[in-house]
Design a protein around this ligand. Structure first.
Ligand code: AMP
Ligand code: MN
Ligand code: MN
Ligand code: MN
Length: 285
């Protein structure tokens, strides 16, 4: 089954509208698809009733920012009831945290001599969730850096001045919102956190203990070594395996929709729990 359980739309930092994303996913052969915008379900909400194509099942999703031992972690929630009060309250605090953080990022950049960042980023984001990619565009557009990746490397990435993370909740809290709303929690892109193997095992151990269900064993295009490593990690901790492109826009071929590698045989895939063929409830929520 062609499965893609991690993607972004214009509701957060993606380039495609929710419907354009779905059409592209279908074109790429995806059969089970989740929209997982940063800290919002608005993109999914806007298309869930319109998407009637039987060849590609759409499930609900979200990617929540949180902290584990003061490190920024992303947890994907799938098959969530988007109207559940606990999740809705959680999303409201996340969205406020994004706004508060954006003001602080703007202040930090202004101190560095780059004034006007908040206004630029807020205008660019419009109704979408504001994030560091909007500030990266500001730094590029104003000629302070030559690319968005340089903006992250110098000003916005981990440990840099624009890396303001104080307002995110603990990982256990966001897992709770997901499970309260009937969803399953997936630890997103475990190798993005640049942890030592020991630290990563600690993270995965806590994730499992706190109610997490799966590890994103495949995140976009990655080497076989990495897939094997993550597959083993999932197996060791009794977690299921998820797959997603983390698609943001068409000009990033390493995150193209529906291009994920096949999971190693010893993995327990997450999707039988999610797909309508399983008989488990997965009606649009
Ligand atoms: P935020 O959700 O506001 O904390 O921003 C994180 C997002 O920034 C990620 O989901 C990526 O889409 C993007 N991002 C992170 N690191 C980089 C990077 N080095 N270059 C470009 N975009 C990045
Ligand atoms: Mn993103
Ligand atoms: Mn992420
Ligand atoms: Mn993502």
């Amino acid at each position: 089954m062609n499965v893609d359980l991690h993607s972004h739309t214009t509701a957060s930092d993606g380039a495609l509208s929710p419907m354009d994303l779905l059409l592209r996913a279908k074109q790429q052969g995806v059969e089970l698809m989740a929209i997982t915008d940063h800290d919002t379900v608005a993109g999914y909400r806007s298309v869930r009733d319109q998407w009637q194509d039987a060849s590609m099942q759409l499930i609900s999703g979200v990617e929540l920012s949180c902290l584990w031992h003061r490190r920024l972690i992303h947890v994907v929630g799938l098959n969530i009831n988007i109207d559940h009060p606990s999740l809705q309250a959680g999303l409201a605090t996340q969205q406020q945290a994004r706004l508060d953080r954006a003001v602080l990022i703007g202040e930090k950049l202004a101190k560095q001599g780059f004034a006007g960042g908040y206004r630029f980023a807020a205008e660019l984001a419009g109704d979408s969730q504001i994030g560091r990619p909007h500030f990266a565009k500001f730094l590029v557009d104003c000629g302070h850096v030559s690319s968005e990746s340089e903006a992250f490397k110098r000003y916005l990435g981990a440990g840099k001045i624009g890396d303001v993370k104080s307002s995110w909740p603990e990982m256990a809290t966001v897992i709770q919102w997901i499970t309260d709303s009937g969803g399953v929690a997936v630890l997103a892109h475990p190798l993005h956190y640049k942890m030592t193997a020991t630290k990563l095992r600690g993270l995965v151990d806590d994730f499992k203990t706190q109610g997490g269900s799966a590890l994103e064993v495949i995140s976009g295009k990655q080497t076989k070594d990495r897939t094997q490593y993550l597959a083993q990690l999932a197996e060791q901790f009794g977690l299921m395996a998820s797959t997603g492109s983390d698609f943001h826009r068409p000009d990033m071929p390493w995150n193209e929709l529906g291009q994920a590698a096949i999971l190693p045989k010893h993995c327990q895939p997450l999707w039988p729990l999610l797909s309508r063929e399983s008989g488990v409830s997965s009606t649009p929520q």
